[in-house]
Design a binder for this molecule. Structure first.
Ligand SMILES: Nc1ncnc2c1ncn2[C@@H]1O[C@H](COP(=O)(O)OP(=O)(O)O)[C@@H](O)[C@H]1O
Ligand SMILES: [Mg+2]
Length: 350
């Protein structure tokens, strides 16, 4: 740091700093004698910071340098190194901000894409769902329309004479209504509008009741049924109607896909803190490539199509929704010609 002293004639009194760059510096400082605030000036490639103050008359050593009274004291210091480092710092910060902004744009784009993937999947699923639903609703509708046109051709016929088209219409409307019920349940389940109301229920009693209800159909199809309920008072938190619906779906499949004289096993046993319900048949079974698809909405397997089965392919989707609502798990295993086993596990109330 150095000091410049100016007398009242604005002459610089400091004898040491008359050399370059101080000659140039001093001429610049001279013009800024009345600037009281600290300022920076650039001389050549060097930067100086200075401050000017009126001389207060307390420096006798300096006073000796001139006969004329002192007017101003200027104190300055070279800050080229600081300016250099500050510029470098500024440069680094600018590059950092640029790189950071670029990275955050890339990361934001990648994250947005990742976040959008599930939404896109749901959207595609929803579109597929609507397309499948419209397709499946169209076929019963065209049957109804066709049969009604047949009826209208003979307005003089009695109901008895036209019982065939009337029963076809009835069958199709029933099929349509089942499908719409299933669709509504799944749609309301998706939007969490449909929830189950849980109360403590005896799963063993439900299973026994269902087996009894299904007996006439199984007799009709000449199927043997084996019921095995182990332990009594198997209490779980559940919605009785939905549980009945669930086992009806599974038994309906077992009956549909088992040949005459086949066997269906219905088992309900307690395993630790859960209850395991098994519905097993020795029917046509499901091929390995179809097995992962059976829970998909509107999925109908080859066996279903070849039998002319009129199901909408919503049964197992509804079954899984009911199991999920009860915090349960469902597992299906099968092999072509070996039959199918569906295992459902629910937590029991201990
Ligand atoms: N017990 C079973 N034996 C053989 N195939 C089955 C069985 N249960 C389900 N499936 C296969 O899974 C498909 C879907 O079943 P599901 O969702 O219940 O449809 P749907 O509502 O038409 O009955 C059926 O078309 C059939 O191919
Ligand atoms: Mg079914």
């Amino acid at each position: 740091m150095m000091s410049f002293y100016w007398d009242s004639n604005d002459a610089l009194i400091q004898s040491v700093y008359y050399k370059v760059p101080y000659i140039e510096l001093s001429s610049m400082l001279r013009e800024k004698q009345n600037h009281m605030r600290p300022e920076s000036i650039l001389v050549g490639k060097k930067t100086y910071r200075f401050v000017s103050r009126p001389y207060q008359g307390k420096l006798p050593i300096v006073e000796k340098l001139s006969n004329i009274p002192l007017k101003t004291i200027q104190i300055f210091t070279e800050i080229s190194a600081e300016v250099y480092y500050l510029n470098r710092l500024l440069w680094c910060i600018s590059i950092g901000i640029g790189v950071g902004a670029l990275l955050s744009i890339i990361a934001g784009y990648a994250l947005a894409r990742r976040a959008l993937i599930p939404i896109q999947k749901v959207w595609e699923k929803q579109q597929q769902f609507v397309a499948d639903a419209s397709h499946d609703l169209r076929s019963p509708l065209s049957v109804v329309r066709g049969q009604t046109q047949i009826l209208l051709r003979h307005p003089d016929h009695t109901i008895e004479e036209e019982s065939a088209p009337i029963s076809a219409i009835l069958k199709e409307t029933k099929r349509m209504s089942n499908m719409v019920d299933g669709l509504l349940l799944l749609a309301r389940g998706d939007s969490h509008e449909e929830v189950i109301s849980c109360t403590p229920v005896r799963i063993d009693v439900i299973i026994k009741e269902i087996a009894k209800k299904m007996e006439p159909i199984m007799d009709y199809k000449q199927l043997r049924v084996q019921l095995h309920v182990e332990g009594s008072e198997l209490l779980m938190n559940g919605d009785e109607n939905r549980l009945i619906q669930l086992f009806m779906i599974l038994l309906d499949n077992a009956i549909k896909f088992t040949q005459v004289d086949g066997q269906i096993d219905l088992e309900c046993i307690r395993q630790g803190k859960s209850v395991l319900v098994t519905v097993k048949d020795n029917g046509v079974g499901i091929s390995e490539h179809e097995l992962p698809l059976v829970f998909n909405r509107f999925y109908k397997g080859d066996s279903s199509r070849s039998r002319g089965d009129h199901g909408a392919g919503l049964g197992l989707s509804i079954a899984r929704w009911i199991v999920d609502q009860h915090q349960g798990t469902v597992h299906i295993s099968s092999g072509v010609g070996c039959g199918t086993t569906v295992k459902i596990r629910f937590p029991v109330i201990s």
